[in-house]
Design a protein around this ligand. Structure first.
Ligand SMILES: [Fe+2]
Length: 346
């Protein structure tokens, strides 16, 4: 990428940063590739910066297919870094780097979503650190694929993925001592935490590049179909379809992730739990579409069984317990043999 050094007075909205801008302590406040807005430029002037490096031509296109776990990981890690700096920008400037985040939807998230091994890859690369950033990428990709299964396409699908990526940006307005508190939140702290839905909505409301679908997807992603959610306790189809889709992706991703208070669970355990416990709180049709498709998705996946054997998923009936084939060619129906279970994906 060719770069040019511009005096801050000559920088215009729409120009793209060729290198990150750091605070004195080394924290990235605007990342490489950020498209500058008038507000960003104003703030940079206030920081008394003299020059900034501007990209002379757009970054290279990413490769077209992610066929291996390594290729997936590389794109995922790049995306993670960009999301991390976007969240830092939002906390510092209280402005959403919307164009930069939207570009991710068109490039890397689109690529990840189309990877044949998406759910297996997501499951194996999970770590406990920087949960919010990973969660945003995961919810965007999972919402996207679920949207496709439901029949969305084109701009509507892109908007859904974008809403998935943005769904928790309100957390950048929550004090870090509450956001990162390792112990149980008090009632007051919980109330502040829950305000991330409204905060995210308010941040997006002043941005020209959003629309009603995206705004409601973000605002209502913690509403429940039985009316027990927040912020408003609305129910059923009063909840926007984007929010109902994101809610399923959100719960699946949270339950299959390692958290401070519990280890990640296999997709099969989570799907069974969603079927038993959460069903009345999520949109039943969306939930059914998700469960039916995701189980099919894992056919051919290698797994480790609770008796220590490795096996491959060969058949998925109408329940969460697949039939597997062990290395020595034995078929085990896990619905019938409940004393054996899948402990991890290989
Ligand atoms: Fe949330």
């Amino acid at each position: 990428m060719t770069t040019k050094k511009y005096p801050i007075a000559e920088v215009e909205p729409g120009m793209k940063l060729a290198s990150s801008i750091l605070t004195e302590s080394g924290q990235i406040i605007l990342a490489e590739d950020t498209v500058l807005t008038a507000t960003f430029i104003e703030k940079l002037k206030l920081m008394n910066l003299e020059f900034v490096n501007i990209a002379a031509k757009p970054a290279e296109e990413a490769p077209a297919v992610l066929a291996t776990a390594e290729a997936f990981d590389a794109v995922y890690d790049d995306t993670l870094q960009i999301i991390e700096s976007c969240f830092s920008t939002m906390r510092y400037f209280k402005e959403v780097p919307l164009m930069q985040m939207k570009e991710l939807v068109d490039t890397s998230i689109n690529l990840m979503m189309d990877a044949a091994g998406l759910f297996s890859y997501l499951h194996t690369i999970r770590k406990q650190d920087d949960y919010t950033f990973r969660h945003s990428i995961n919810v965007a990709s999972i919402s996207g694929i679920l949207g496709k299964w439901i029949g969305l396409s084109g701009e509507k699908l892109k908007d859904l993925i974008f809403a998935g990526l943005l769904h928790d940006i309100g957390k950048t307005q929550i004090p870090l001592e509450i956001l990162n508190k390792p112990s149980k939140l008090t009632q007051g702290e919980m109330k502040i935490m829950k305000s991330h839905t409204i905060e995210g909505y308010k941040m997006l409301l002043k941005e020209p590049g959003t629309n009603e679908d995206i705004l409601y997807g973000v605002l209502q992603h913690h509403e429940k179909t039985d009316g027990t959610g927040y912020p408003f306790g609305i129910s059923g189809e009063q909840i926007h379809i984007f929010a109902r889709i994101i809610a399923v992706a959100d719960i699946y991703d949270a339950m299959t992730s390692d958290r401070v208070y519990r280890k990640k669970q296999t997709p099969f355990t989570v799907i069974e739990e969603i079927r038993q416990d959460t069903f009345g709180k999520l949109d039943p049709a969306i939930c059914m579409t998700f469960m039916r498709n995701i189980l099919d998705y894992f056919i051919g996946t290698k797994v480790l069984l609770s008796d220590g054997e490795e096996a491959e998923i060969v058949y998925q009936g109408n329940h969460s317990y697949p039939t597997v084939c062990t290395r020595d060619g034995r078929f085990i129906d896990l619905e019938v043999n409940r004393d054996i279970s899948i402990v991890s994906l290989v």
